[in-house]
Ligand binder design. Structure first.
Ligand code: GLN
Length: 192
């Protein structure tokens, strides 16, 4: 059984732990480099990307995270987690750094403010239609040649994959549908 961590600095960690367990993984929170070293894959949750970025720097996690992603550890980012996996943010807040790993440029809060959050059915390549929960969600402005677009909504890219890195603008951990987590657990199994 693959052991999958959830980066537990800020955000909806608990929901991801539950979704991963339902998708037949052993799931545990990861806060420190020693804990990161022990997992086969990592989820970066939704939350606030500036806060996650600053806490990752404070906890000495930014470099270890970059190293493991560079080395091919499977990683899945939702919403703020997608932002953390972007090689470039269009409008970063000052001091906001990313882990990177996916060749893409993202726009934060692209779909509007908190009260403009919405749900929509999104067709995800290889998965099928999933209920997308968008909360102050980013979209992917553009991708590099190596990045595969898995889904679009309203003409904007909302799900991508590059090698072992997967990212969605929306939050499958907030629905009862665990197919996105199952896809990720399969990626982790294949990488082991
Ligand atoms: N707007 C948030 C950010 O920039 C992301 C929101 C979310 O993760 N639901 O980090």
């Amino acid at each position: 059984t693959p052991v999958i961590g959830v980066l537990a600095l800020q955000g909806d960690v608990r929901e991801h732990l539950i979704a991963l367990a339902s998708a037949d993984a052993v799931a545990r929170p990861v806060r420190r480099p020693e804990e990161l070293a022990e997992v086969d894959g990592l989820v970066i949750p939704g939350g606030e990307s500036t806060t996650i970025s600053k806490l990752a720097a404070l906890f000495g996690m930014l470099e270890p995270l970059r190293e493991r992603v560079r080395a091919g550890m499977p990683v899945y980012g939702t919403c703020a987690g997608l932002i953390m996996l972007a090689d470039k943010i269009l409008d970063p807040r000052s001091g906001q750094e990313t882990i990177g790993g996916i060749e893409m440029i993202v726009r934060r809060n692209a779909f509007g403010r908190q009260n403009e959050s919405f749900e929509a059915t999104v067709e995800v390549a290889g998965v099928g239609p999933v209920e997308g929960v968008f909360i102050r969600a980013p979209w992917v402005e553009s991708v590099g040649a190596a990045t595969q677009v898995l889904a679009e909504h309203g003409g904007h890219i909302v799900a991508v994959r590059q090698g072992n890195a997967l990212a969605t603008s929306f939050h499958p951990e907030l629905t009862g549908d665990h197919r996105m987590h199952e896809l990720f657990v399969d990626m982790v199994r294949a990488a082991r």
